[in-house]
Design a binder for this molecule. Structure first.
Ligand SMILES: [Mn+2]
Length: 283
């Protein structure tokens, strides 16, 4: 608008129209910054929706606009929300409800939040149907695996074969990497990170057991625990077991790249006609 007001009366109409055109082009460029929806945690007892600020800052640093998504209570609400964002981050949180992958609860199962499981599954289902890019983080990764037909270890320390040899439930700050992961070289994750060995943080006691059809394991911890899965080329989904947003918030360029990848994938939406995905059905 400054250009328009700065015009003197002596300037020709051509210049006026040129300035107007420039304003529209600038506005158009700014409008292309993608909206990145972030699923939030839900507390029934506190009546709140919330998410750690690390996610918000990571998206901003990657050039996206973070949009916090509160719980959706039906599939239609999920479609309405996902239609308006360009990509979805499924954030961390509670254990996934074991009935969703056909198991009875193990003794060491942590707290579950079925209302949130259902909401996240509807959001994911909508994102896949509408061809929106997805990044799953921690619980988000586990929920993606379960939604597409995979299973989980409900509790690594008591269920993982031969016992895990590295600490997955770290007791130090999330800004400190606590174990390494080996990245599969033929993977989208490797294309982003350009490294076969990554140092990551770890705040989980559950992990992927059977990987969902059409997904592949793209990173594992030294003890073999699954640390990342992806659904390319069928699904526009990358999911990691660690919390890259802590490192991105600190300004670590390599980890900001992971969120920039989501921002880039957000611009490339292709609708998939018949997703092979389960609807949550619990009685
Ligand atoms: Mn871990």
């Amino acid at each position: 608008m400054f250009f328009i007001f700065a015009l003197s009366k002596k300037q020709s109409m051509n210049k006026y129209f040129f300035s107007l055109l420039l304003t529209f082009i600038c506005t158009g460029v700014l409008a292309q910054k993608p909206l990145i929806g972030i699923s939030t945690g839900y507390s029934a007892s506190e009546n709140t929706a919330s998410v750690r600020y690390t996610y918000v800052d990571a998206v901003i640093k990657a050039g996206g606009i973070p949009v916090l998504l509160p719980l959706v209570r039906d599939s239609l609400a999920a479609v309405e929300v996902i239609e308006r964002v360009d990509a979805l981050i499924l954030s961390g949180g509670e254990d996934v409800y074991p009935f969703l992958y056909g198991e009875e609860p193990a003794g060491a199962l942590g707290g579950v939040n079925y209302v949130r499981d259902r909401s996240d599954m509807w959001l994911l289902h909508s994102a896949v149907n509408l061809g929106k890019a997805v990044l799953g983080i921690c619980r988000g990764e586990q929920l993606i695996n379960v939604t597409f037909g995979g299973t989980l270890y409900q509790d690594i320390p008591s269920q993982y074969p031969n016992r895990p040899t590295v600490q997955h439930g770290q007791r130090s700050s999330g800004t400190l990497p606590i174990h390494h992961v080996n990245v599969v070289k033929e993977s989208h994750l490797y294309e982003i990170m350009q490294q076969e060995l990554l140092a990551v943080n770890s705040f989980h006691h559950q992990a992927v057991k059977d990987v969902a059809p059409d997904f592949k394991i793209v990173a594992t911890a030294p003890d073999g625990v699954v640390e990342a899965i992806e659904g390319f080329p069928k699904y526009n989904i990358l999911a990691v077991q660690w919390h890259p947003e802590y490192f991105a918030q600190q300004g670590d360029k390599q980890w900001i790249n992971l969120f920039e990848d989501l921002v880039q994938r957000a611009a490339n939406t292709v609708a998939i006609k018949k997703p092979n995905i389960k609807q949550p059905k619990i009685r």
